[in-house]
Design a protein around this ligand. Structure first.
Ligand code: GLN
Length: 499
């Protein structure tokens, strides 16, 4: 039996009180556990949806994970319950499983706000491809989750609809921008939620809320129907209680899509073999840039467990990763400024009347966007302007290419690279007021999006802060197309510790 690498309920059990404030349906319940019970009829989708709705009613007043709750999910739950009676284990893989969806992913007929006032009353007119796929697999959408406006942020404090609180300590943030999705799972309302990751949003939120998160190789999951933030960085992914569930959801969502020309097929990258034992690189130089002492201690003990389990852990050099944040905060706002041009008061959502068309645009955007979104549009427009394009945007894109090349060299020597997911545990709501210190939270996650590689974040225990046990995560990165390898490692080191 392998030593647990980090299930938060198993590790640190002396001080961990996470079980106590989780409750209800999911309380760490996995999709496969739910599925088994649905098949035998010991527990039904109808009970699951009822329990989820009750738990949301009880806890979400405080947590604010949900922007909308779909009471009519009960209809789908009734149908799913009947279908299990007929089809048993032949029923689709996710039949009757309640799932929460980040509010920048379109579900036809539901409000899609992107966490922004500018879309406060906007209703989606079509389903995102991943929604179609999840629906086909039988998932039941229970509600939409809160998020930083248009996914810009690391704390969910940038939502136009108030911050989400971390279920482990409501004085703290759940991470962001997928904080609502993370809190929805961590508070026990659902076994899984879908988030989006442009620079680490899902990994960081999962890490702050003690969950597993998977960010796929760029292009493996369709972006059609997902509000664009940085199109060359954006990917949707699952937040779950175990790696097997993340894999299941990912496999349902993945695949080439004629509606998204950037989607890749299975043979785009050379096969990345699955092994029993891996060589894992640690970029020690990169970690020097300010990791919290307690987080570093947990990281070192995670390495020891890996070594004891027969993997080899070696030092690697990734000096360009240190430029990741700088490159990200140029490339990303450039793409943001262009993607958000569509919110002009004519095509979608809010419209504020001015004396002419130009004034309509200006008044609508001034009233509809929050401060962080405006900051990034300004920055993005600046770095793309004729006089500065080469100096900023062009340079950042060069750095991205060089980072890719540097990584390719490292992946010739090691199978995976590992870092803590975040430099520190969840911070307090309102604690980080200047944007730069919030941006610094993304230091370990942005290189993954910039280079398009896959990564998984897995809980690595908790650290104590003011009498509360706060979860933290470890991130494993794989080469392009190495998604299956990350699931294999994750199941070896994490899921085996859950049983
Ligand atoms: N925190 C990062 C940002 O604000 C990443 C957010 C995301 O992945 N959506 O850009």
């Amino acid at each position: 039996m392998r030593a647990p690498l980090g299930r938060i309920n198993n590790m640190d059990n002396k001080s961990n009180s996470s079980k106590n404030h989780r409750g209800g349906l999911s309380n760490g319940v996995t999709i496969s556990e739910l599925r088994k019970k649905f098949v035998t009829g010991e527990y039904t989708p109808l009970q699951a949806v009822n329990d989820a709705l009750a738990l949301i009613k009880e806890k979400d007043g405080e947590i604010n994970a949900f922007l909308d709750v779909y009471e009519d999910a009960l209809e789908a739950a009734k149908e799913a319950t009947e279908r299990y009676k007929k089809d048993g284990d032949k029923a689709p893989a996710l039949l009757g499983v309640p799932i929460a969806i980040k509010n920048n992913i379109l579900i036809k007929g539901r409000k899609a706000t992107g966490g922004s006032k500018i879309l406060e009353n906007y209703t989606a007119v079509y389903d995102a491809t991943i929604i179609e796929k999840l629906r086909e697999a039988g998932a039941i959408f229970i509600g939409s989750t809160n998020m930083d406006e248009f996914a810009m942020g690391s704390s969910t404090e940038n939502s136009a609809f108030g911050p989400t609180k971390n279920p482990y300590d409501p004085a703290r943030v759940p991470g962001g921008s997928s904080g609502g999705s993370a809190a929805a799972v961590a508070m026990g309302a659902v076994s899984a939620a879908i988030g989006t990751d442009t620079g680490g949003s899902i990994r960081q939120s999962a890490s702050f809320c003690g969950l597993v998160e998977f960010k796929t190789t760029y292009g493996a999951v369709s972006r059609y129907g997902r509000m664009a933030m940085g199109s060359s960085l954006d990917q949707a992914g699952p937040l779950t209680n175990c790696v097997a569930d993340a894999q299941l959801l990912h496999e349902v969502m993945a695949g080439k899509d004629k509606m998204d020309m950037t989607t890749i097929s299975d043979d785009t990258y050379p096969e990345v073999p699955i092994k029993d034992k891996y060589t894992i690189g640690v970029p020690r130089g990169f970690l020097k840039s300010g990791v919290d002492k307690d987080v570093m201690e947990k990281f070192e003990s995670t390495i020891k467990v890996l070594v004891a389990a027969g993997h080899s852990v070696v030092d690697v050099e990734l000096p360009l990763f240190e430029q990741g944040l700088a490159a990200y905060y140029i490339s990303m706002p450039a793409e943001v400024s262009s993607n958000l041009a569509r919110y002009d008061g004519v095509r979608y959502g809010l419209h504020v009347e001015g004396k002419d068309l130009l004034e309509d645009y200006m008044k609508t955007r001034a009233a509809g966007f929050g401060a962080e979104v405006k900051r990034r549009i300004l920055l993005g427009t600046y770095v793309l302007s004729a006089g500065y394009f080469d100096a900023y945007y062009g340079k950042a894109e060069q750095v991205r290419n060089m980072m890719r090349a540097e990584l390719a060299g490292v992946f010739k020597k090691v199978d995976l690279v590992m870092t803590p997911t975040t430099p520190a545990p969840a911070f307090k709501i309102g604690e980080l007021s200047d944007p730069l210190s919030v941006y610094a939270q993304d230091i370990f996650t942005v290189p993954v999006n910039l280079t398009g590689i896959p990564a998984i974040s897995i809980p690595m225990g908790t650290v104590e802060r003011e009498g509360k046990s706060l979860p933290i995560g470890v991130q494993y990165m794989g080469p392009h197309g190495g998604d299956a390898r990350l699931f294999a490692l994750g199941k070896l080191v994490y899921d085996t510790s859950l049983s």
